[in-house]
Ligand binder design. Structure first.
Ligand code: BEZ
Length: 252
C-alpha cells in the first residue's frame, strides 16, 4: 500500500477500474457455491462481495485499516480481517486464494507466498493478478528522471513487478504447481482527462515523492507529464502502461 493509509473514497471514485478489471479475474476464479475463499488484498470489498454472491464463504483480508473499515461498513454481512499479506494464518484452510491488484505492493513476496500456500487445502487454487515486469515503466521512468533533474535525488518505486520466471519459481518452491502464468499489456485509461496522470501519481506514488521538497512537487508532476505525454496521452486522456502478471497455481 502507499505511504500512510489509502484515501478510500478517491480510490473508489477515480480508480474504480481496479475492481472493474478484477471482474475478469473473478471469472477465472469461477467461485462455486459452498467453497471457502480468501480474498487477499480485498480493498473496499467489492470483489469480496461478488465472490460471496456466487454462494462461496469468503473472507476479505487487507492491511489497510481504512479499506477494512469501508469494506465492513459497506458489506456488514461479510467477514473482513485486518492483516498483512506477509504474516497471516487461519485455523482452517481455503479452497481458493484470490488476489487482484495487490501482490505488487508486497515486496517480501516469498513471505506472502508462504502464507498463501499454508492457507490452501491440498488441491486448492491460487488465482492472482498484479503488476508484472515492466508495469507502468514509462510513468516510473518519467518520475525518476524528473525528480533527478529537479530535486537531484534518486528514488525507487516501492513495488515488486516480477517476471514470469521469477514468480513461478517462488510459487513452485512453496508447493504451488503453476497451471498458467501470463504476462500481458493492459493499457488502462485514467479518468479526469488532462489531470488523470497527476491524480494517479498522487494516489499511488507518494513514497517516491517523500523526500521531494513541497516547493518542487508541482514542477516534478508537470515535468513527468511532459516526459510521458508522447507515449501515454491520447487526444484528451491518459493511458497508463499497465502490464499484468496473471497466475493460476494449485497446492500440491
Ligand atoms: C497496478 O495495479 O499495477 C498498480 C496500481 C497502483 C500503482 C502501481 C501499479
Amino acid at each position: 500500500m502507499p505511504t500512510g493509509d489509502w484515501n478510500t473514497s478517491l480510490y473508489d471514485q477515480k480508480h474504480a477500474f481496479v475492481f472493474e478489471y478484477g471482474k475478469s479475474l473473478l471469472s477465472l476464479l469461477d467461485p462455486q457455491s459452498g467453497e471457502s475463499i480468501l480474498d487477499l488484498g480485498c480493498g473496499t470489498g467489492h470483489l469480496t462481495q461478488a465472490i460471496a454472491a456466487a454462494g462461496a464463504h469468503v473472507v476479505g483480508l487487507d492491511s489497510s485499516p481504512a479499506m477494512i473499515e469501508v469494506a465492513r461498513t459497506t458489506y456488514p454481512e461479510l467477514e473482513f480481517i485486518l492483516a498483512d499479506a506477509t504474516n497471516f494464518s487461519f485455523p482452517a484452510t481455503f479452497d481458493a486464494v484470490f488476489s487482484n491488484a495487490t501482490l505488487h505492493w508486497v515486496i517480501e513476496a516469498e513471505k506472502a507466498i508462504y502464507c498463501i500456500a499454508a492457507s490452501l487445502k491440498s488441491g486448492g487454487r491460487l488465482v492472482a493478478e498484479f503488476g508484472g515486469k515492466g508495469n507502468v515503466a514509462t510513468i516510473i521512468t518519467a518520475i525518476q528522471q524528473s525528480i533527478r533533474e529537479l530535486a537531484h535525488i534518486e528514488v525507487s518505486p516501492g513495488w515488486f513487478y516480477p517476471s514470469i520466471g521469477e514468480y513461478t519459481l517462488l510459487l513452485e518452491k512453496h508447493g504451488l504447481a503453476v497451471q498458467s502464468a501470463l504476462l500481458f499489456d493492459r493499457p488502462t485509461t485514467l479518468e479526469e482527462g488532462e489531470n488523470g496522470l497527476r491524480n494517479w501519481i498522487q494516489m499511488f506514488c507518494a513514497s517516491m515523492f517523500r523526500d521531494v521538497p513541497d516547493t518542487l512537487k508541482d514542477q516534478v508532476l508537470h515535468s513527468t507529464e511532459e516526459k510521458a505525454r508522447d507515449r501515454l496521452f491520447k487526444v484528451d486522456h491518459w493511458i497508463a502502461d499497465y502490464r499484468r502478471l496473471r497466475v493460476v497455481a494449485i497446492k500440491e
